[in-house]
Write a protein that binds this ligand. Structure first.
Ligand code: CP
Length: 307
């Protein structure tokens, strides 16, 4: 069944990305609009979330729609053995839009194939987090004088399991980026993403040291959390969990346009003294999620004319 579901950032070309970011800017100017009157969005969160769920729900409410759903699957009939297929079929009887986070890679695509109701992927395992990528691109554009082209982006931390970084590489691929991938050996960027860069001629380096030279040449540093929930070997997690910690003193010789992004939540990877520097942008980044998600909801529901 064909609908306008957003399951992967790869669905969107450069023009689509620019259109959505421009619409997000319109929502930032005026987030309260009656565009979803009479519509119901279902937020189905099979994994924990703070920002993604609350910003999507706020987006729907500020657009005049209503929200049903769950944030804890153990309170639903999936805990009695109901399949994802049946859950999606049921929810499709009630809602005009499904926003789903699931621990299984491919779950959002599967859901989109069994319903006519548009599905937005709010994160599927270690695979994709496309709405995060669009808010990341919105944030990069805002912090870089309105430009996405030609940016040098250091991506630091858990590059193996980090769905936000996998999506970010695809989303930025339209804008001639240079990437520096910084991770311990155990958490290196998967071959799939490196081969994607190779195919498109995107420059990247891989290193395990987070050096001053790297910090000082970057326009964006994208820090990530080492995700305990994705490890099967807890000893390995303990070995790598505190490997990179960004501190304010490390930013003394950075470029004037450098900004620090992080999808959040953070654990130890950004010291609290970074929060008071002009480079810290991660809380504004999370705020941008509201406007970007308003634009995404309108995109998948085919709501145009957002002047
Ligand atoms: N960035 C992000 O996905 O945050 P949450 O897990 O809190 O939704």
């Amino acid at each position: 069944m064909e609908n306008k579901s957003l399951v992967s950032i790869d669905q969107y070309g450069r023009d689509d990305v620019i259109r959505i970011l421009d619409n997000a800017a319109r929502f930032e100017n005026n987030p309260n609009r009656c565009l979803l009157e009479g519509k119901i969005a279902a937020t189905l969160f099979f994994e924990p979330s703070t920002r993604t769920r609350l910003s999507f729900e706020t987006a729907v409410l500020r657009l005049g729609g209503r929200v049903i759903g769950f944030q804890d699957a153990s309170t639903t009939s999936s805990s009695k053995g109901e399949s994802l297929k049946d859950t999606i079929r049921m929810v499709s009887n009630y809602a005009d839009l499904i926003i789903m986070r699931h621990y299984l890679e491919g779950a959002a695509r599967y859901a989109s194939e069994i319903t006519n109701v548009p599905v937005i992927n709010a994160g599927d395992g270690a695979n994709q987090h496309p709405s995060q990528t669009l808010l990341d691109l919105y944030s990069i554009r805002k912090t870089q004088n309105g430009l996405l082209e030609g940016k040098t982006i250091a991506i630091v931390g858990d590059l193996k399991y980090g769905r936000t970084v996998h999506s970010l590489i695809s989303g930025m691929s339209h804008f001639n980026p240079t990437f520096h991938f910084v991770s311990p050996d155990e958490l290196r960027m998967p071959d799939e993403q490196k081969q994607f860069c190779d195919r498109l001629g995107i420059c990247y380096t891989e290193q395990d040291e987070f050096t001053p030279a790297l910090i000082n040449c970057s326009d964006i540093i994208y820090m990530t959390r080492v995700q305990r929930e994705r490890f099967t070997d807890m000893e390995e997690y303990e070995r790598v969990k505190n490997v990179y910690i960004l501190r304010a003193e490390m930013l003394e010789n950075c470029k004037p346009n450098l900004h620090i992004l992080h999808p959040l939540p953070r654990v130890t990877e950004i010291a609290y003294n970074v929060d008071d520097t002009p480079q810290a942008y991660y809380f504004e980044q999370a705020r941008n999620g509201l406007f970007t998600r308003q634009a995404i909801i309108c995109e998948v529901l085919g709501i145009n004319h957002l002047i």
